[in-house]
Write a protein of this length. Structure first.
Length: 212
């Protein structure tokens, strides 16, 4: 039953809306989204919208996860930095598309539960830590791909500096009106492309969260 719902999700919500990268489609078929949502939302696990995961955060709409993964153009050899682990769903998808995924979550409870869930599900190439996404993960930089699951007003300079040459950064940016953008870095020069309008939770600094 759940497998058929997942297949329908991929076909109707993702493939029919223009996502055609076979590796991305296969990853979306393989990752069991129902294992990343709460028990009360199990019946909606493969629906075409975000779901709450606690602490004011959400698991992203499947189409958006697939779109962002396709924009990253992963071939399996990349080192990826994800900002905003959440429940770990997007990290699980990325883990099937890249060599290593380093994921930062500012909410400690979510970071711990996501790390446990990903470990239990045998996603062995995902590394999760609690931290401020604005700072990135300098010890592991540079990254081939950086992907943001929360929206800053604009892309932090720190993250751009941690993007390797030839790398790709995919992120929602903006406060009231958010756009999904793709940034590519070649010979130290950044090019920026607007993809579509989106709605993500805001990306916050560690100091702001502590004060709140």
């Amino acid at each position: 039953m759940l497998e058929s719902l997942r297949e329908k999700m991929v076909k109707k919500q993702i493939e029919d809306r223009g996502i055609h990268n076979k590796r991305v489609l296969d990853a979306m078929r393989k990752v069991e989204r129902h294992k990343f949502v709460s028990a009360r939302d199990m019946s909606e696990a493969y629906a075409d919208y975000p779901l709450p995961i606690g602490y004011g955060q959400t698991i992203s709409q499947p189409y958006i996860v697939a779109l962002m993964a396709e924009l990253c153009a992963l071939d399996g050899f990349e080192k990826v930095l994800e900002i905003g682990t959440g429940c770990g769903y997007q990290a699980a998808v990325l883990s099937l598309l890249a060599k290593e995924v380093y994921s930062i979550e500012i909410i400690e409870q979510l970071a711990k539960s996501a790390a446990k869930r990903l470990g239990d599900l045998k996603y062995k190439n995902v590394f999760v830590k609690t931290g401020d996404g604005y700072k990135g993960w300098p010890e592991k930089a540079p990254f081939d791909v950086i992907i943001l699951s929360a929206s800053p007003p604009d892309v932090p300079k720190t993250l751009l500096e941690q993007l390797g040459d030839g790398g790709v950064l995919v992120a929602p940016v903006g406060e009231y009106f958010q756009e999904l953008i793709k940034i590519e870095k070649h010979n130290g020069i950044y090019s920026r492309e607007k993809i579509t309008y989106v709605r993500f939770v805001p990306m916050v600094h560690e100091t702001v969260r502590k004060e709140g």
